[in-house]
Design a protein around this ligand. Structure first.
Ligand code: FEO
Ligand code: CA
Ligand code: CA
Length: 653
């Protein structure tokens, strides 16, 4: 018998109608608008109804000057970083650039573990800027002054060996190639300076550091020392070598960086060698570890990556790692209290009673969104915060269809977790989320708090399996079946307190092309006429960031498969008459994603990471030659710096 999917039981129009009802209930704004029965294919009308309450203001103000005054660019397929008129893009750091004292210059034909360990790594992702000449934590109301010297921390998420090594044979690396790629992971910590408005990096700075897949790290928090973290190499379960697949991240009020291990599963091989009777096998399956050989074949050279002989090593990855960028000798800490999953983002904010709150998501189809709230308040003494993320409560989000939501605590002995230890919850966090009935989301990516209105914005990049046969159907928080374009949810914690146990939420944006009815887009209540006229099409929101005026900046990952343009950066107002009007700010190069973005506190600099340029092709004939556009040079993942040509802030006139 054919299974009836949610696709068939609930139409998108019905979901939208429910949203209209909820908005009416919550805000009283649409009380006069009848909840219409929207006929199939008339989504444009539905969007129009949702937006009616604000039409007047929007229509009269779309041309007024707001803070986002740049002239939007359009979709573009050129192999070039394109920005609006009066802005300029410069490359600051490239894969292979020498970072440490004595590091050799980049030479693609002479790569070793040693050279790569001293050079800028591959596939840069999350980027954060830490000013020098500032004392953390900042006092209430204190802002970081315009800073011309700082430290950049840059994640190196993964590798594309087919674009790194001449003559690379897919799926069959040599030992030396495997060693180089392990060294190309992790993080670079690099001092940079601004001279006459131009940023450059300082080779040999004493702050500079390379953290790789082999850097010694420590486990802290309730899971540290648990049996599942013990291996032959580390019988204490407290020490581990390296971090992998560091994607998103965050920075703390006490001036450390948090970096998020995401798709760690891909580095391990041979799950099927574990007997079915061993409960570890099911956990590894829930986390998607390969049944046979891995793509990078590390397990053939290094036993720790072989699940057949080392079934616990994989439990030592998938964590949030804290690093002090101001101290190159600091041992990185894997903070187990924040749970283990394919971490995307680690955005830190403060609760009303000054505790540290960390928002983090699990970037998998049908997985969950989380937050951690520390037990202790943030101390005015910087070093006293170095253990603050080890004690507290991890929560998982439940989004109710009526626009309310609950943070369900993941605490041993409570409710559905009565038979669990806290270490089990932290190591098999997905299983704990399953047990308590958290809401299955469309791939949680970045989560950020708006510095102006305090609301929390979460990007869900896409989920083309939503509502397909045998898989979960739509819910109000994930309203589109076969969600190709992704969406953004706007969350208001109760009393605007990040420490709250419940929240209200609404869809901020259903991405896509507003000119294409089939995309079923929604842009913060704009009516369809306004959206078609003024909104830049975008797809697959990933990393997000705010400028100081509370405009949301969105980097995309996956545009070309859905829209005729390279990935890019888009900005959108979250308040006021221009709320919802998306404007394209940057178009990136061929085959890349615009992975990380960071706006400095003075709004004058936007750092952007260009990850995997040329992906999908090989070194013999790459689709991108960014950033050097030299036939002798490969495409190189890089950090670029966007400034206004006159040096003024990138927002405003
Ligand atoms: Fe590495 Fe979730 O993007
Ligand atoms: Ca990401
Ligand atoms: Ca992504």
């Amino acid at each position: 018998m054919k299974t009836k999917t949610t696709l068939e039981t609930e139409t998108f129009e019905e979901v939208v109608a429910r949203r209209i009802e909820r908005r009416s209930f919550l805000k009283g704004m649409l009380a006069a608008v009848p909840v219409m029965v929207v006929s199939a294919g008339s989504l444009g009308n539905a969007s129009q109804v949702v937006g009616q309450a604000r039409n007047k203001a929007v229509n009269s103000a779309v041309n007024a000057s707001g803070t986002l005054t740049f002239k939007p660019i359009g979709l573009d397929r050129l192999d070039a970083v394109k920005v609006p008129q009066n802005y300029v893009s410069n490359t600051l750091l490239r894969w292979g650039d020498p970072i440490l004292n004595g590091a050799p210059a980049f030479d693609i034909s002479n790569q070793t573990k040693q050279t790569q360990s001293q050079q800028f790594g591959y596939n840069c992702d999350f980027v954060a800027y830490f000013p020098l000449e500032v004392t953390f934590p900042l006092k209430e109301g204190e802002e970081i002054a315009v800073s011309n010297r700082g430290i950049l921390t840059v994640n190196h998420e993964y590798v594309n060996p087919e674009l790194m090594f001449p003559g690379y044979t897919g799926g069959a690396p040599t030992l030396s190639q495997a060693e180089v790629t392990i060294a190309a992971h992790g993080m670079s910590v690099v001092e940079i300076q601004r001279t006459n408005g131009v940023w450059s990096y300082i080779q040999n700075s004493s702050y500079n550091r390379r953290i790789t897949g082999e850097t010694p790290m420590q486990f802290t928090g309730a899971a540290a020392g648990d049996d599942l973290l013990k291996t032959t190499d580390d019988p204490t379960g407290t020490q581990v070598l390296g971090m992998f697949n560091n994607c998103g991240g965050g920075f703390t009020p006490w001036g450390t960086v948090l970096t998020a291990e995401e798709n760690f599963n891909q580095y391990f091989g041979n799950r099927n060698a574990i007997p079915d009777s061993d409960p570890r096998k099911a956990i590894h399956a829930r986390y998607g570890l390969p049944t046979g050989a891995s793509e990078l074949k590390y397990e053939t050279f290094f036993p720790r990556f072989n699940l057949a002989t080392n079934p616990n090593e994989a439990f030592r990855f998938g964590w949030i790692v804290e690093i002090d960028p101001y101290n190159p000798n600091w041992t990185p800490k894997k903070r187990t209290a924040l749970g283990r999953f394919k971490h995307e983002a680690a955005t830190v904010t403060k609760s009303a009673d000054n505790r540290a709150v960390v928002y983090t998501g699990d970037d998998e189809r049908f997985d969950y969104m989380y937050k951690f709230v520390s037990r202790n308040p943030i101390s005015p003494v910087r070093e006293e915060n170095f253990d603050i993320l080890d004690s507290g409560t991890l929560y998982v989000a439940k989004f109710n269809d009526d626009g309310t939501g609950t943070w369900i605590p993941l605490v041993a002995g409570q409710g559905a977790l009565s038979g669990w230890t806290q270490a089990q919850i932290l190591i098999n966090t997905r299983g704990a989320g399953d047990a308590v009935g958290a809401t299955k989301m469309d791939r949680p990516e970045d989560i950020e708090r708006n510095p102006v209105n305090g609301k929390v914005y979460a990007a869900f990049t896409n989920n083309t399996q939503r509502g397909t046969t045998g898989l979960p159907g739509t819910n109000a928080a994930n309203p589109r079946p076969v969600n190709r374009h992704g969406h953004i949810i706007e969350i208001l914690e109760n009393n605007n307190d990040a420490g709250a146990g419940s929240f209200t939420w609404e869809i901020f944006m259903l991405c896509g092309n507003p000119r294409n009815l089939g995309d079923r887009t929604y842009f913060a209540g704009l009516n369809s006429v306004t959206a078609r006229r003024f909104v830049s099409p975008l797809s697959c929101p990933d990393n997000i960031s705010f400028d100081s005026s509370g405009n949301l900046w969105i980097a995309t990952d996956g545009m070309p498969s859905n829209l005729p343009g390279n990935d890019g950066i888009f900005a959108v107002a979250t308040e006021g008459a221009e709320r919802g009007i998306v404007k394209q700010f940057l178009s990136s190069v061929i085959g890349c994603e615009t992975a990380g973005l960071f706006i400095t506190q003075d709004d004058r600099t936007l750092f952007v990471t260009i990850q995997h340029p040329g992906e999908g092709t090989t070194l013999a004939n790459p689709s991108s030659r960014f950033p050097d556009y030299n036939q002798q040079m490969p495409p190189r993942p890089s950090v670029v710096v966007i400034t206004k040509t006159n040096g003024s802030p990138i927002i405003g006139s």
